[in-house]
Design a protein around this ligand. Structure first.
Ligand code: MN
Length: 187
C-alpha cells in the first residue's frame, strides 16, 4: 500500500446474479479494468470458510450488465431468468507471500486473489483461487475467516430474493417472461 494514488481502488462494484438457466447457478461479477470479470458459481457463495465453492471463469460482461434483472429469451446466450442476488462494492485485499499488496488484475493473472465484499448479503473477505482443472477455468471461491464468516448462515437458501426488487426467480420469470405478457396465443 504505502500511500499514493488510489491503486487499491476501493469502491469498485460487484454483483452476484442468480441465474436460472439450464441449471441454476450464481454469477459473481467484479468490476475490473472497465469490465465485469465473471465466474459462474454452481452452488453460489458460502459464508462458511470450510466450504470451497467451484467458480468457473466465464467471459467478461459489460459494466451495464450489472444492472440487468429479467428474462433472457430462449435461443440466446444464457437463456433463463436473472436476478440481482447481491450487489455492493468491493476492495482488493490481494497480497503476496511477503504480505505485500498485489493489484487485482495481477492477482487474477496469477490465480490467487482476494476481495473484501461490502454487499447486502455478503460481507468480508473472499479468496479466488485458480486450479489447474478445466484448462485453468476452474477456480475456488472461499470465504475468508473474518467477522463476515458464519458457518450457520446459508444465504442462498434463506435469502433467495433480489436485493434490488425483492423478487424471487419465479416472480421475475412471471412478470418479465414471455408467459408474463399474454397478448395472445403462441408467444
Ligand atoms: Mn450465468
Amino acid at each position: 500500500m504505502s500511500g499514493g494514488s488510489g491503486g487499491c481502488g476501493d469502491g469498485r462494484r460487484f454483483v452476484i446474479h442468480k441465474h436460472d438457466a439450464r441449471t441454476l447457478h450464481y454469477d459473481l461479477r467484479l468490476e475490473v479494468g472497465g469490465v465485469l470479470r465473471s465466474w459462474a458459481v454452481p452452488k453460489g457463495p458460502s459464508t462458511d470458510p470450510r466450504e470451497k465453492r467451484l467458480a468457473v471463469a466465464v467471459e467478461d460482461h459489460p459494466l451495464e450488465y450489472g444492472d440487468f434483472e429479467g428474462v433472457i429469451p430462449e435461443g440466446e446466450y444464457g437463456a433463463g431468468t436473472v436476478l440481482i442476488w447481491d450487489a455492493g462494492t468491493y476492495r482488493n485485499i490481494s497480497h503476496d507471500d511477503q504480505g505485500e499488496d498485489v493489484p487485482l488484475d495481477d492477482a487474477l493473472e496469477k490465480g490467487r486473489a482476494a476481495v473484501w465484499l461490502a454487499g447486502e448479503k455478503l460481507e468480508g473477505g473472499y479468496a479466488l483461487l485458480r486450479t489447474k482443472r478445466n484448462e485453468g477455468k476452474d477456480w475456488l471461491l472461499v470465504k475468508m475467516d473474518d467477522e463476515g464468516a458464519d458457518a450457520r448462515r446459508d444465504p442462498t437458501s434463506t435469502q433467495p430474493a433480489s436485493v434490488v426488487s425483492g423478487r424471487t426467480v419465479d416472480e421475475v420469470a412471471d412478470e418479465e417472461g414471455p408467459d408474463g405478457r399474454e397478448d395472445g396465443e403462441g408467444r
